[in-house]
Design a protein around this ligand. Structure first.
Ligand SMILES: C[S@@+](CC[C@H](N)C(=O)[O-])C[C@H]1O[C@@H](n2cnc3c(N)ncnc32)[C@H](O)[C@@H]1O
Length: 245
């Protein structure tokens, strides 16, 4: 069972509650609109982005996430259960995108493998776009072990707790805490979801790994509004391109 299988239920709940960032959707929609061939969602999760972008293929390692995605997206999309570090797409993609920190959930050793794998799955001229979280040790220290409320509905409260695993702020684990509530919103049961890994990725690491895999960097931004990326930015949005033949 993949770690994320345990999280599918709560991930669906907080995806349903969270507001989509219009700049994120527009960024990926623009790339999907420019794609002259198949589009693949890498780490599709419950289909949050796919519901807006309509890719032909979705990949995820978690059976439970794929089941949620199937329910949400219907039969029109091909869903593949595979690890992003070793997956083969049915045909070369014009665009692969990997939304919302998915690459941060791979081990640091697997990220370069995933970039190489996506390169092999890309058409000449094809793109890979993704968002990752960069290390910011001071901020992470302030949040270390502090529960953050992510879902609050009639029957439950769901918190995410980040625990730092090193001083440099490169490795962390996320723990889910679910409280079941009665009609008066008193806690009647409490449970923890098993931890999932989170490895913060620096700008230099991503640039080196992308280049070693054969990608050209088309754009690197601090978030989805196009500000230039810096080592201290919290979110990095990358757009890579396989050189045209
Ligand atoms: C944070 S969720 C993001 C889901 C989706 N990309 C989105 O933007 O909503 C990360 C997803 O990546 C998947 N995942 C984590 N590690 C993976 C791996 N090594 N290979 C394939 N999928 C993976 C998880 O199962 C989960 O569905």
């Amino acid at each position: 069972m993949a770690d994320f299988d345990h999280w599918a239920e709560i991930y669906s709940a907080w995806t349903a509650m969270a507001q989509d960032d219009p700049a994120e959707i527009e960024f990926y929609q623009r790339l999907a609109g420019a794609a002259d061939g198949p589009v693949a969602d890498l780490g599709i999760g419950v289909g949050r982005l796919a519901a807006k972008l309509d890719p032909q293929v979705g990949v995820d390692v978690s059976e439970a996430m794929l089941a949620e995605a199937r329910t949400r997206l219907g039969p029109g999309i091909r869903l593949i259960r595979a690890d992003l570090a070793a997956c083969e797409l049915p045909e070369p993609a014009a665009l692969q995108y990997c939304g919302q920190n998915t690459l941060n959930h791979l081990s640091r050793r697997s990220v370069p493998e995933a970039l190489r794998c996506a390169f092999r799955n890309a058409r000449p001229g094809g793109r890979l776009a993704f968002e990752v979280v960069q290390p910011r040790p001071e901020r992470q220290k302030a949040r270390d072990g502090v529960p953050r409320l992510r879902v609050w509905d009639e029957g439950r409260a769901i918190y995410e707790i980040t625990r730092m695993l090193d001083k440099q702020g490169l490795e962390a684990e996320l723990v889910g805490l679910v409280e079941r509530l009665d009609g008066d919103r008193r806690v009647v049961e409490r449970g923890y979801f098993p931890p999932i890994r989170f490895c913060f990725l620096t700008m230099a690491e991503v640039a080196d790994w992308a280049e070693a895999a054969g990608w050209q960097v088309e754009g690197a931004y601090a978030g989805f509004t196009g500000r230039p990326l810096a080592p201290e930015s919290s979110t990095a949005v990358w757009c890579l391109r396989r050189p045209p033949r």
